[in-house]
Each structure stands twice: as C-alpha cells, then as structure tokens.
Design a protein around this ligand. Structure first.
Ligand SMILES: Nc1ncnc2c1ncn2[C@@H]1O[C@H](COP(=O)(O)OP(=O)(O)OP(=O)(O)O)[C@@H](O)[C@H]1O
Length: 356
C-alpha cells in the first residue's frame, strides 16, 4: 500500500512538475513539500486540498490516505496497536450508524420519499452508459430548462425557447435587455463549471461558492461578483432579515464547517436542501444569492449521483419556495423545505428516466 508521501511524489512526477513549480502553484513552501514527500511532515487539510487540486488527485481519496497516515503515525510505536485499532473500529462503526440516527430525526413522510428517490436514483444509474449523443441532447434539454426556471425566479423574462436560442445558438432576442441575455449565458456557464467540479471530484468550498457567484454576476456587477457584501440587505416581501455584514465572515466559516461535518452524515438530498437554505438565509452576496444557492444544491446532488433539481419560476411555485424558506427562518421548521426539494429531485429523476 502506498504511503501518503509516495502518493504525493508519484502524482507530482506524473504531472512532470519539479518541487518548486508545485510549491508555487499550491502556495506552499518548497522545503515543506520535500518534507511531505519524504514522510517527514504531514500536510494540513488546507495543504492537502491545494495539493489535490494542482496534482489532479481526488480530494476524497487523498484525504483517506492522509487520515490513514495520521492513524498509522499515532500507532506505529505502540505494542498493542492492533487491539487499539479494533477498539477504535467499534467506535467508528457507531459513528457511521449516526446517519441512521439523523434519519430518525426526519418525519416518516420524508423518509419514505427519500427511499423512493434512492430507488429511482439506482434505476437512473443502472441506465448508464447512455450513448454520447443521447446524453448530450438530454443535458442540453435539462440545462436550458434549469437556466430558464432559475433565472425566471429572479425575474428574467426570456422564455424557454428564447433561453435556448441565446444559450445554444448565440442568437439575440429583439426587445430583451442586455442583462437578460447575460444572465442566461452566465447561468449556462455556471452549470458547466458545476459539472466540471463533479467530474474532477472537487468538493464544495468557499472558493467554489465565490466562483459560482462570480460567474452568475459576470459582466453585470463587476465590483461585487464573487465577493461577500459589506452592506446590509433586505429580501423584498420577506419577514426574514439577513444578518449584518460584520457577522458574515464568522457565519460563513460556520456554514462551511457545518458542511464539512455533515457531508458524511446527512442524507445527500437533505444536505443539499440544508446548504441551499442556510446560504440564502445568510444572503452573503449583494445579488445572485438565490441562483448561487440553487447551484450549490445541485452541485451536492450531482456529486452524489442525483440529477439536477429544477425549482420552477412560475408565480405559484415561487410563492411556495419563499413560503418554505420562511418556515425554516421564522418557525424553525425545515420539513416543508425538505419536501419541496425532495419532490423536485424525484420529479427530475422521473423525467430523466422517461427519456432513456
Ligand atoms: N424568506 C424568503 N423569501 C423569499 N426569498 C428568500 C427568503 N429567504 C431567502 N430567499 C432567497 O433570496 C433569493 C433572492 O435573493 P437575490 O436577489 O440575492 O438572488 P438572485 O439569484 O439575484 O435572485 P433569485 O434568487 O430570485 O433568482 C430568493 O430566490 C430566495 O432563494
């Protein structure tokens, strides 16, 4: 079995990179990288993230090798290492059963819905591999529909057909503003970025969120795109007041900490719904919070093998969406929002299956 040091060195050699180049790209001292490769030092988790990105290694896998390395180092000089490991193993088994405990906190109806969704997901995954052309056509269809609906929630007036012409054919629509065209093109680009993250097995992080918001606001709000706001905001028509700007750094740190601790515990559909709701409630950006949060939800869903959940932008659906968010924010009741997201995920899987 390869040690962490060997994995890192092999990956660097495979990329034909010298230590200095790797150091520069990761923002880590070159001497430190040499120590990682000689097994003299262990990287921090942030170092590991940077290394995995530059070396094109799956972070999830690298993190496992890294954790195993840490466990090994604790035990390497212990006489009773095997006994200690088996004690730890029984506690780890308890930890993974926590997911079942979290499921117990959910209502019976939502648990049944999640089981049904997972059955559909398995059916969808068993359809693969579809032929390339079929897959490309399906993607085009669902991506345009997603861009159309998400931008419609935001107030964009392009129709589904017009969105298709703008995004896929590069045609401009007479009578529609420059911003509406840009919003469509930007959203399509953000979907491509989200898909590339999934393909490269890159995880959700502050950098990814900033990039998503940047892509959404590109060419529309140069000053604020991808940056946390420094002014208070209100959400029109909502009883919920987003936090003051001076609280944002800490709240967003907690938000990502929550993601890191819950991502292996919560059911992925619940995790996606939560990270969406928490983000729009914090409302960290001046604009594009809704579109960015819906992309975050879909990034998490795609990462776990689900299909894109497309919340609709017609008036009734929009009101139901806002009401579900307010139920969490005002009454501390996430159930309605969980149902809304779960129903949307189920509908998406059914439509994908229908087309296979
Ligand atoms: N209580 C609430 N009522 C309505 N919207 C809320 C509420 N809480 C959070 N939001 C979110 O705020 C979003 C609007 O924020 P913002 O204008 O920054 O986002 P946007 O992407 O520009 O627009 P939109 O989300 O409407 O597409 C809503 O889409 C919704 O996701």
């Amino acid at each position: 079995m390869n040690t962490l040091a060997q994995v890192l060195q092999k990956a660097r050699n495979a990329q034909e990179m010298v230590v200095r180049e790797l150091a520069q790209k990761c923002g880590i001292d070159a001497a430190m990288i040499s120590r990682f490769e000689k097994g003299q030092r262990i990287p921090t988790e942030d170092n590991l993230k940077a290394l995995s990105e530059v070396l094109h290694l799956s972070f999830d896998h690298l993190r496992k090798v890294w954790l195993a390395e840490k466990v090994y180092r604790i035990l390497e000089n212990e006489d009773e290492a095997i006994e200690v490991l088996s004690l730890a193993e029984s506690r780890v088994a308890y930890l993974s059963s926590k997911q079942a405990l979290v499921m117990q906190g959910l209502s019976e109806e939502i648990k049944i819905k999640l089981q049904e969704i997972d059955r559909l997901k398995a059916e969808w995954q068993s359809q693969k591999p579809l032929n390339t052309l079929q897959l490309q056509k399906m993607k085009e269809y669902f991506h345009v529909a997603y861009t159309f609906e998400s931008n419609r929630i935001e107030g964009n007036t392009l129709t589904l057909q017009e969105t298709h012409l703008v995004v896929n054919e590069g045609i401009t629509i007479g009578g529609k503003s420059m911003s509406e065209h840009l919003e469509a093109v930007n959203h399509a680009e953000a979907i491509s970025y989200m898909e590339a993250l999934v393909k490269d097995e890159l995880d959700y992080s502050p950098r990814v969120l900033s990039e998503l918001n940047y892509l959404i606001l590109k060419g529309l709000d140069r000053e604020n795109a991808g940056k946390y706001r420094s002014v208070p905001v209100r959400i029109s028509g909502s009883a919920h007041v987003p936090p003051q700007p001076y609280l944002l750094d800490k709240l967003m740190e907690d938000y990502f900490h929550h993601y890191d601790t819950q991502k292996r515990i919560l059911h992925p559909v619940i995790l996606a719904a939560e990270m969406h709701e928490r983000l729009v409630s914090i409302h960290p950006f001046i604009d594009g919070n809704g579109r960015s949060s819906r992309l975050v939800m879909n990034l998490i869903l795609l990462k776990h093998g689900y299909t894109i959940a497309n919340l609709k932008g017609d008036l009734d659906s929009r009101l139901a969406y806002y009401k579900a968010l307010e139920a969490v924010q005002v009454d501390n009741n996430p159930d309605v929002f969980y149902h809304l997201v779960a129903d949307t995920v189920k509908e998406s899987l059914l439509s994908h299956l229908e087309l296979t």
